[in-house]
Design a protein around this ligand. Structure first.
Ligand code: ARG
Length: 596
């Protein structure tokens, strides 16, 4: 089923084409959701631009469009407002018909609410999470992981083929130090790499660095180890493999808790390709020697002093740079994976790096017109006073401890809010734990995703765990509440007559129905603009529309509604709301619980 906005765009396009004798391909119908209900549900503002183009009065142009608009079965007669806006209001009968087209849920996991997959599937590579393996995952990795996962879920839902690439830092000079330290402190690992255990990666890194700084002999060994690693000396490689394996195991414990799936393909994956990448730039005449290093000069990039700022692709000691690996990775993603959309979820601090990377890749001719390169740079997670988010001791907050704390806090919130409520205080321990797990992970994700991407945001347990407002607990609670309506009345939603019509009369039910119907276009919009906060905003709106519908005073009767056909219609609307909340939350990577 096509989304409503797509349908309206088609109709407006056809009307404009007919009214002004234009080819449809040249028409931009400019249909958007209305900002304010008093302007209807949707609004087209194409008349103004056309008027300029045609040298006519905007309101006359709007009138001609309306005269040609074949929209009777969808909207009430359109209004022309202000300088020539065309306001469109959906007819309840149209909304009811669309809702009736949504097939019943096949089962929980495959429910698509009747939204079709794209007819033009793309291969998308999402570069996400990507911690450096020498360190344990900390809050700095949370945004890339969570936002990347959400974007991946939405694009997969739309039917695209998505590679979720974990571009981990697993190669480079710091590994010389780490491996040398490992050899010194755990020599048995040399014989038996499987015996490697690093319970505290962070400590290990700090200790290795301390020794490196204090002991010149150790620093020397470290440098030799880098050379051995680069020449892939077998015993060093074995220890390196064991080290990466162990670090990735730490990461995947976190990914499992976050319910995030990733393909690990670290920097080392590209190591053999780097000489070839250099050669390509040399052959294209794009590489310049500068102080012994090899550089690519790109127009428009200058250092603070105004001098050209090159992209370094080989250091003077022959080693390669972060950028060299990224060039190899982009080449691989385009040439081998055949990706036509490559999305990097990396903090905004690396903005310039990605601008240079994309410019270089374009300059050498790797990026066909159809390929879209996006750096989705995000802001930092800060503490309440806006300073960087750190532990009391000033270190990075480990993701593991963040998740543990979230669980404890969520559990407390649940237990406290259940006190005095007979039903909820009767939950057994396993149920409370299940709810706390969903709420804690959900809260962190939801809070993150609900902020606009490029801004910094302040971390606040109280806000993210609030039972009211645009938060995960509220949303999960809204879902469970809809579910409980059925449970309380002993209704099996799946058994409601599938062909029964929706009867939309009351303002609150029309509003809820319209909001349910908008889900498809919100998902489409995020797939295009990559702004997950549109989905949290939408879900919040949906749960508010439901609250109003359910409200004793302002809403409608549901279980005790009469006649039967109205009751069935309202119950089915409850079910659709629950399904939309569940699907929406699942696209955010959040699991729902049936009771809360
Ligand atoms: N490992 C890098 C860091 O921690 C992030 C890598 C991002 N991805 C990329 N293709 N450069 O800063």
């Amino acid at each position: 089923m096509q989304s409503t906005i797509e349908l309206l765009k088609q109709r407006v396009t056809a009307a404009v084409a007919a009214a002004f004798n234009l080819p449809e391909a040249d028409v931009n119908p400019r249909v958007n959701k209305s900002q304010d209900e008093k302007f209807g549900d949707y609004q087209s503002n194409c008349a103004m631009g056309l008027a300029k183009q045609l040298g006519r009065k905007p309101r006359d142009v709007a009138q001609s469009i309306v005269d040609h608009l074949d929209i009777d079965e969808i909207c009430t007669p359109p209004d022309i407002a202000g300088p020539g806006f065309i306001n469109l209001t959906l007819k309840p009968a149209f909304i009811a018909g669309r809702l009736a087209n949504i097939p019943p849920a096949p089962n929980t996991w495959e429910d698509r609410l009747g939204i079709e997959k794209t007819t033009d599937p793309q291969v998308v590579a999402i570069d996400m999470s990507s911690p450096n393996l020498a360190k344990e995952m900390h809050v700095g990795h949370v945004r890339s992981t969570i936002i990347g996962d959400c974007v991946a879920r939405i694009l997969e839902f739309e039917g695209h083929h998505v590679h979720r690439i974990n571009h981990v830092g697993d190669w480079g000079t710091q590994f010389g130090m780490l491996l040398a330290y490992l050899r010194r402190t755990q020599p048995h690992v040399l014989e038996n790499p499987d015996e490697l255990h690093l319970d505290d990666l962070e400590r290990f890194y700090v200790d290795a660095k301390a020794l490196y700084d204090a002991d010149p002999a150790f620093a020397d060994t470290s440098r030799k180890t880098v050379v051995e690693l680069q020449s892939q000396e077998p015993t060093v490689m074995a220890v390196w493999r064991a080290f990466c394996f162990e670090s990735l195991r730490h990461c995947h414990e976190i990914y499992d808790r976050l319910d995030v799936r990733l393909e690990d393909r670290g920097e080392s994956f590209y190591r053999e390709m780097l000489p070839d990448i250099i050669k390509r730039f040399e052959d294209a005449g794009l590489a310049t020697e500068s102080d012994g290093a090899l550089c690519v000069f790109l127009d428009g990039f200058t250092a603070k002093d105004g001098d050209p700022l090159p992209m370094m692709i080989r250091k003077s000691d022959g080693g390669y740079n972060y950028a060299t690996t990224d060039l190899a990775a982009i080449y691989h993603r385009i040439e081998t994976l055949k990706a036509t959309r490559i999305i990097y979820l990396v903090g905004i601090a690396q903005k310039q790096h990605f601008e240079m990377l994309f410019t270089a890749a374009r300059k050498i001719g790797w990026v066909a017109d159809a390929v879209e390169l996006v750096h989705l740079g995000f802001g930092n997670l800060c503490s309440a006073d806006g300073s960087p988010f750190k532990t009391r001791e000033g270190g990075a907050v480990k993701l593991k401890s963040l998740l543990d704390e979230a669980f404890t806090r969520a559990k407390k919130v649940i237990v406290e809010s259940a006190a005095g409520d007979e039903r909820r205080s009767a939950f057994d321990d396993a149920t409370v734990d299940e709810i706390a797990a969903a709420v804690s992970v959900g809260a962190i994700k939801y809070f993150d995703l609900s902020h606009s991407l490029s801004n910094d945001y302040k971390f606040s347990w109280d806000t993210m765990l609030a039972l009211d407002g645009n938060t995960a607990p509220y949303m999960l609670y809204a879902y469970a509440r809809v579910r409980s309506i059925g449970r309380k009345a002993g209704i099996d939603f799946a058994a409601l007559p599938a062909g029964a019509p929706y009867i939309l009369d009351h303002e609150a039910e029309i509003r809820l129905a319209k909001t349910v119907l908008r889900f498809a276009e919100v998902v489409d919009q995020i797939a295009a603009d990559l702004r997950p906060n549109l989905l949290t905003d939408y879900l919040y709106e949906l749960s508010r529309a439901f609250s109003l519908f359910y409200d004793r005073k302002h809403g409608v009767r549901i279980i005790d509604a009469e006649p039967e056909a109205v009751r069935t219609s309202r119950l089915r609307l409850c079910d659709l709301t629950a399904r939309t909340l569940r699907l929406g939350l699942s696209l955010l990577g959040i699991k729902t619980v049936e009771q809360m």
